[in-house]
Design a protein around this ligand. Sequence first.
Ligand code: NAP
Length: 434
Amino acid sequence: MRHVAIIGSGPAGYYTAEALQKQFGEDVRVDVIDRMPVPFGLIRFGVAPDHQSIKAVSRRYEKVALSDNVRFAGNVLVGSDVSIPELLGLYDAVILATGAPDDRPLDLPGSGLPGVIGSAAFVGWYNGHPEFADLDPPLATPAAAVIGNGNVALDVTRILAKTPAEFVGSDIVAHAFAALGNAAIRTVHVLGRRGPHQIAMTPKELGELGHLEDAVPRVELDDFPPELDDALLEPGLRKSVSHLRDFARLEQGAKTRTITFDFFARPVAIEGEGKVERLIVEKTRLDERNAAVGTGETYAVDCGLVVSCIGYKTPPIEGVPYEADRGRFANSDGMIGEGLYCVGWARRGPTGTIGTNRPDGYEVAEKIAADLRIGQGRKAGRPGLDRLLESRGVDVVTFRDWQRIEAAEAARAREGSPREKFVAIAEMLGARGR
Ligand code: NAP
């Protein structure tokens, strides 16, 4: 029997659990450990609440979670309730699937001003992450600036630009739904330090901005290279650029909100008296390697909220080798050291879609299978962890508990919403009905 612990119950964690099942069949016991009392990580706390079709992938993870040889152990904080060396003593393999929940810092003068928020915090706030429930972003402002030209910037922009009616069918958390409904924001500036051909926005997500109820995206065609050059782009990017060009044809009409794309716009400072009032932006051009270089010309973008969407990083864990510049664990094709592996964003850094984690997890499962020292039957595995956690008074949440929490969330949902999320950990634990 092989005993494997996976730390993190997001997509990378569950695809890896699935891969281990396929690899070892009945000959494996997998514990999926999470610091949260609720599973699915990025699916619950990262994927935008109005993208329910993406969130539906959790049903696949649920199948894995409900099988006999995989169990969910929530409300267990690795590093505090149990250490990595302890887990390595209990399991044949320990796999870090901890994702990349921390913001890459926006290192600018003024970036500490109130009203400057990282996307991890902002996304966590509208998705009901317990750590960010009290964020209270300043929304009583006519303009917001979103820094970055990736899909997270798109999510944040869309959420800021939607009307309450457009959240029907979403699982946006109640506090964010109410606050966004009362927001004064009429302009969202989306700032990219490079040009339209360098965006990291995928076509389906970008196209959504062209169909919002009360907001119109605006671009300056002067920022674009000649249209013939679009043919040289890979098909996905070409489609995204074609959406951007189409935006130039849209009329404001009776719509009251505008999404303004500022390309070749690199933020250099944030200013304001006690809170953010404006972003200072330097115009850029591309050098021969397509990197942004400053032109020295600056302008100000008035705004009362700045959301920085410039990428994420994996939080380091004491004693585990870490590559600070790439924001991930130091690893060789998923292997960190003897018995210790990583998958997903903790392995690769924060790039790729949810589906990218599947081959990643399968590859690491194969690596584990190839390690001959694994599966000698000498490790205590699950019963060993349970004894340890019980002796420390840790209140472990099972998948059955989660199903009760989920049922309670569904029971209190607003009309048209799949659930009304609990935000406080105590509420989640209480909803188990024990
Ligand atoms: P991303 O795709 O890497 O985009 C980060 C953006 O931030 C880039 O435009 C980058 O510009 C810019 N940036 C980085 N450092 C900057 C700085 N110092 N100043 C100004 N701009 C800076 O990251 P992401 O948006 O966080 O997304 C992470 C991953 O999740 C991506 O693979 C994304 O596709 C995925 N995701 C997918 C969905 C979806 O499918 N619906 C939704 C959300 C996220 P440069 O290119 O110039 O570096």
